[in-house]
Design a protein around this ligand. Sequence first.
Ligand code: PGA
Length: 247
Amino acid sequence: MKKKLIAGNWKMNGSLAANEALIKALLAGLNNPGCAIAVCVPAIYLAQVRTLVAESPIDVGAQDVSQHESGAFTGEISAAMLKEAGIRYAIVGHSERRQYHLESDAVVALKAQRALACGVTPIVCVGETLAEREAGKTEEVVKRQLAAVIHTNGHCISEIVVAYEPVWAIGTGKTASPEQAQAVHAVLRAQLAAATPNAERVQILYGGSMNAANAAQLLSQADIDGGLVGGASLKAPDFLSIIAAAL
Ligand code: PGA
């Protein structure tokens, strides 16, 4: 059976001292996790956290990656740099980046391509806003977002991780019901299946107010292969409970 993946998205949170305390508490509480685990941390802490989790089951991810290979792109970090630093994952197309940094579907697809080319696994985020859900456009929106990545990445598409994150559920305490989430995950799985014979292998994560109380039910759905966890990944007991629910 495919292993589930529980990935924390720390967003713009942390400090040297807080990161060390959080990682130490996670490592102390992990006993034989039945799933893969990652923490996606602010760029300035990638090296610190990589050292803290060395020789442990926790992988490190970035929260973004440049769509460019190298050169005059002030402030950007390339996929090759992430790879060299031992970083396993890069979140691409998070709704906060689509919204606040105006990242288009095409840019997100290029970022995924750069990551894949360097051996960094992109966690490609898709998800509808509340207005889009209420207008009955959920399927159309997530399919459009994923189609751009499929189109750009061709046969490599089975190497990506997808995260379905309804924008209305992120940081709001509102979670998609397990049935609502599963319905969208099934749509995404079918879309992947039309593009690759290995669609079953692709981990499709749910994200949006996943917490210790709702994780088990969400993670028991047929096409939910893990979680992308924001707020609850900053508290060791909560993140450990979600990991424990991911068997
Ligand atoms: P949340 O964030 O768990 O705090 O809702 C999830 C995310 O944005 O990845």
